[in-house]
Design a protein around this ligand. Structure first.
Ligand code: SAH
Length: 695
């Protein structure tokens, strides 16, 4: 349940509703989750672990509806529709509603598929109970991420706009202009081949039917974009529907008098944002000097707005070049700048909270040709910037401004002289980071996908792959798991030789805040990616918690191969990889001799490659010294895949058969024997019972 808790956390409180014993039974696996209640009518009170409601189900639903994040019904869809109809308000606030049929064949995402995450819940429930998820949203059938959930993995804030009209335009396949001025463009490289988005064709050429802004700026003006040649905005554009996402790239640098009120800080930030066309929704957090870490007004505001608070010591802040240093400030706190320096530090140093910035892979770059934030930075944003300022990543957008309230609590900007007001005084500057702050604790899921067929993969592993924001693995395995992938996922297939890059990339994305599934065939902890990822994490100074790690076991090749030929592993066995790429051959040879001597059934991974052909011959010679030439040997190629080949031979003859890198070879022990097409390694019951018989 540990992993399930993690997966379903987003959907709680979760209400399960059944009206029959079969329905209740169907939903019982989900009833183990925390913050979950299985509701049944009083007549079914004898069922274990349920809660009963009295009166009508519709009354009961009306009572629990406001407190539920999600509801899963095991009931006819029509009945559910009638029950929930009077309760529905708006897709931005309605809970996820999912329906499971009594036979447990289908899980329907009925309502609030995107923002309520019912689509995701339906997929998770379906994986858990082995059913087919039914997702009828238009974007899902087009293989596209819902436009109203696009930025969720990256922690973007949903801004204003006509989400229904833009979604409808996307569903109709109409041209939708995307203007991305901030935030990661990773999503653009993971769209299906045909999609309605256009990332930079001049609007004069083809008129779009809708527009998606991904920006740190607010609606009113788009000066930055106007100056970006590729995103010229025509006046009639305002007639087409638009939506706005705000990646959290703005860091508010702040200095303040002790005891400055939350109200003044909020008013100052609002004023600076408005004056500079910046969206408050694009604020990642507040940055200040460490002695302000306990400043009540700042803490209150950060808590309220879910902003991150970052503090820096004076020794760091004083190293930052700023446009408006102050000797007075320096004399007071030991750095000539707090607000500007802290903003630049926070925006340029996202690595402290999200180390290892994910850079696009070579083959991703420019894939969709989107307008990148950096390109817009080339343009004049029309905001205060010092020509001498050269921050590496953080870019000062607004130089410091001082605010206080006058005696009648009116906001005064840059007062000429000190005004006495108990609400204090605050200095605000704003910098932009290149990479957005996701505000999420990333996870690495190390997933074993089994030998081939999906049925051979555990439901937990399948669920993890569907649920992850990003899936990384060797291309062949990505193909095998393609039915589990969902629109909007970042799927990166890397060539087989690039294990280290795969691990580093996965770690970078997870440290950034994404949930990343790293897939290995078989078991990921057996000659798979789990060890490498953990090693790399250790090297990077990982604290063992962030990103969180979860390992999903899978059926390894030796189990799969054994299952195809009977029970060769019925007694003590070992696995030896013949690949000497990462292990010196002398070590491998020593282990082979030890295994042969100790009479272990021995499974050989990576037995023979095109260039490495001699090792398997040496194996035969070693084993013939300790085992009879007639010892059974299984040669299983591509177990549970469409090109599966199975052969049973002997230690003396097995080299006559084709063996390659898709093959696992199992050498029996001294007691292993064949019967028809099967290999049996006795467990010892028969000899043991005859021994007791004699006793
Ligand atoms: N992590 C994998 C092993 C990777 S090493 C696991 O746990 O199964 C790669 C080797 O595994 C191959 O050279 C082959 O020896 C074996 N192998 C992997 N999949 C196989 C399959 N479906 N059938 C037979 N052997 C397989």
């Amino acid at each position: 349940m540990g992993f399930d808790r993690l997966l379903f956390a987003d959907f709680q409180p979760l209400a399960l509703i059944a009206t029959t014993p079969t329905g209740a039974q169907r939903l019982q696996p989900l009833n183990q989750l925390p913050a979950t209640t299985l509701w049944v009518s009083e007549s079914l009170s004898q069922i274990e672990g349920v809660q009963t409601y009295s009166g009508s189900l519709s009354e009961h639903l009306a009572n629990i509806w406001p407190d539920c994040k999600s509801l899963v019904f095991c009931l006819a869809t029509g009945a559910v529709i009638r029950l929930i109809a009077p309760l529905l308000q708006d897709k931005s606030c309605d809970p996820a509603v999912v329906v499971v049929d009594e036979a447990g064949k289908f899980v329907i995402s009925l309502c609030s598929g995107h923002q309520g995450k019912a689509d995701r819940l339906a997929q998770l429930v379906a994986r858990q109970i082995g059913a087919t998820p039914v997702i009828t949203g238009a974007s899902a059938s087009l293989g596209l991420p819902g436009i109203d959930v696009l930025g969720v993995p990256f922690g973007w804030n949903r801004g204003t706009g006509d989400w229904t009209k833009v979604s409808a335009a996307i569903a109709r396949g109409e041209l939708v202009r995307v203007i991305q001025e901030a935030g990661s463009t990773l999503w653009q490289s993971h769209l299906p081949e045909t999609h309605p988005f256009d990332f930079g064709v001049p609007e004069e050429a083809i008129a779009p039917q809708a527009r998606v802004w991904i920006s740190h700026q607010q609606v009113k003006s788009r000066r930055g974009a106007k100056h970006c040649a590729r995103t010229k905005v025509k006046s009639q554009d305002s007639t087409i529907p638009e939506v706005r996402w705000h990646p959290r790239v703005l860091w508010v640098g702040m200095g303040c008098e002790r005891g400055t009120s939350r109200k003044l800080i909020a008013a100052a930030i609002q004023q600076v944002c408005q004056a500079n066309d910046l969206a408050e929704d694009a604020i990642a957090g507040i940055a200040t000097i460490d002695i302000k870490a306990d400043e009540a007004g700042i803490l209150e505001l950060c808590g309220e707005r879910c902003w991150h608070l970052r503090t820096f010591p004076a020794e760091i802040l004083r190293t930052v070049e700023v446009p408006n240093p102050s000797t007075v400030v320096e004399a007071e706190v030991g750095t000539p700048s707090v607000a500007e320096a802290a903003a630049i530090c926070a925006a340029g140093d996202v690595s402290q909270i999200q180390p290892s910035l994910p850079t696009p892979l070579p083959w991703e770059r420019g894939a969709a040709g989107g307008v990148r934030a950096e390109e817009c930075w080339q343009a004049d944003l029309g905001l205060d910037r010092s020509p001498t300022l050269k921050p590496v990543q953080g870019r000062l957008l607004v130089s410091k401004q001082i605010f206080c309230f006058d005696t009648e609590d009116r906001l005064i900007q840059n007062p000429k002289s000190k005004i006495q007001n108990r609400q204090g005084a605050v200095t605000v500057a704003i910098a932009q980071s290149q990479l957005e702050y996701t505000g999420r604790k990333g996870s690495l899921w190390l997933v074993g996908t089994g030998p081939g067929k999906l049925e051979q993969m555990t439901p937990a592993a399948q669920t993890a792959i569907t649920a992850a924001d990003a899936v990384i693995g060797y291309s062949l395995y990505i193909d095998l798991i393609s039915p589990l992938l969902r629109p909007g996922q970042i799927v990166e297939a890397l060539p087989i030789t690039q294990e280290r890059q795969r691990a580093e990339r996965a770690i970078a994305l997870a440290k950034w805040g994404l949930t990343v599934a790293v897939v290995s065939s078989g078991d990921c902890g057996i000659y798979g990616m789990a060890g490498l990822v953990l090693e790399e994490l250790q090297r990077s100074g990982w604290d063992g918690k962030t990103p969180s790690v979860e390992v999903f076991p899978g059926i390894t090749a030796l189990q799969a191969a054994a299952a195809r030929v009977g029970a060769p592993l019925m007694h003590d066995f070992c696995a030896i990889s013949l690949s000497d790429l990462l292990t010196p051959w002398e070590v491998i040879e020593k282990r082979l001799i030890a295994a042969a001597q100790a009479d272990f059934v021995t499974a050989l991974y990576n037995p023979r490659s095109q260039t490495r052909t001699q090792q398997i011959v040496t194996v035969q010679q070693i084993f013939l010294q300790y085992r009879h030439p007639s010892t059974p040997v299984a040669i299983v190629r591509s177990a549970y895949r469409s090109d599966e080949e199975i052969a049973i031979s002997t230690l003396e003859k097995f080299l006559d058969l084709p063996i390659d890198m898709l093959t696992t070879v199992i050498i029996g022990n001294q007691s292993s024997r064949t019967h028809a097409d099967w290999i049996i390694t006795p467990r010892g019951y028969n000899s043991w019972s005859s021994f007791t018989d004699c006793d």
